[in-house]
Design a protein around this ligand. Structure first.
Ligand SMILES: Nc1ncnc2c1ncn2[C@@H]1O[C@H](COP(=O)(O)OP(=O)(O)OP(=O)(O)O)[C@@H](O)[C@H]1O
Ligand SMILES: [Mg+2]
Length: 252
């Protein structure tokens, strides 16, 4: 059986993934602060919209108004697709406090309550008939309860895959943490993409590595990427090596 794949919409990334993310996979996108997780997840949703696949973007980290404003900086007009009923932005940031409750259609009052969050996402997915979902981020769901992290992630994954969605679950780690989000989470998800930002000799380098992706072979190398006014661009031809606190380019 051939694997149906979903294009990430990030130039160079589909090559790293041998053609894209296998359909219905729940992919953990993990990395430290400022590594590009939010932009990556938004670009994934934007690509879907441009290709005629409705999406749901769930924000726990930034005000939904700020999300719409930030993506405009990359030329991605979320509002237009929301008005057409092809995109739902789920507000799991404001808690329904303030003016957001008047104009946001999808509000999660307590984002640490996984059942409530899952219920609102399910409604949003059904309403817009979403094929893609991004959650930025899932970390608040389990940060203070690691023992239930796996159960929460399974619940989330089952719901998303059951509805036929391919999803990006953003996970936050500390700047130089080695893991990806804890054992429960890492095993529950279908894929792990890790974004890194490393300082070498006073300069920051961006690179990413696909740690796992169920259902497909993928590049086993670390690849550099850039963030520009057009979003993220990965260089699948270039390979980086990280060792002894150094990052350097090598021949593949
Ligand atoms: N137009 C742009 N051109 C180049 N780089 C940009 C642009 N916009 C943002 N960036 C870079 O992207 C970074 C932010 O990316 P993003 O918000 O996706 O990070 P993140 O991984 O979600 O971080 P956090 O965990 O703090 O939420 C900025 O720190 C900046 O370095
Ligand atoms: Mg972010």
């Amino acid at each position: 059986m051939t694997v149906e794949r979903v294009s990430t919409g990030i130039p160079g990334m589909d090559e790293v993934l041998n053609g894209g993310i296998p359909e219905r996979n729940a992919v953990l996108l993990t990395g430290g602060p400022g590594t590009g997780k939010t932009i990556f997840s938004q670009q994934f949703i934007w690509e879907g919209l441009e290709e005629g696949e409705p999406g749901v973007f769930v924000t726990l980290e930034e005000h939904p108004v700020q999300v719409r404003k930030n993506v405009e900086g990359f030329g991605w007009n979320f509002r237009e697709y929301e008005d057409e009923g092809l995109l739902a932005v789920v507000d799991a940031f404001t808690g329904g406090i303030g003016r957001a409750s008047e104009y946001e259609k999808y509000v999660v009052k307590d984002p640490t309550d996984a059942s409530e969050l899952i219920g609102v996402i399910r409604q949003a997915v059904n309403d817009v008939e979403a094929k893609r979902v991004a959650i930025d981020s899932v970390t608040p769901l389990y940060i203070d309860k690691p023992s239930v992290a796996r159960r929460i992630m399974f619940k989330l994954k089952r719901m998303l895959a059951g509805l036929g969605c391919t999803s990006i679950l953003v996970n936050q780690i500390a700047a130089h943490e080695r893991g990806f989000g804890g054992p429960g989470v890492e095993h529950a998800v279908d894929g792990i993409i890790r974004l890194d930002l490393d300082e070498v000799k006073g300069r920051l380098w961006r690179s990413l590595i696909v740690w796992k992706m169920r259902g497909t072979a993928h590049s086993m190398r670390r690849h550099p990427f850039d963030i520009t006014d057009e979003g993220i661009r990965v260089d699948p031809e270039k390979v980086f090596v990280k060792e002894h606190g150094e990052v350097r380019e090598v021949e593949d």
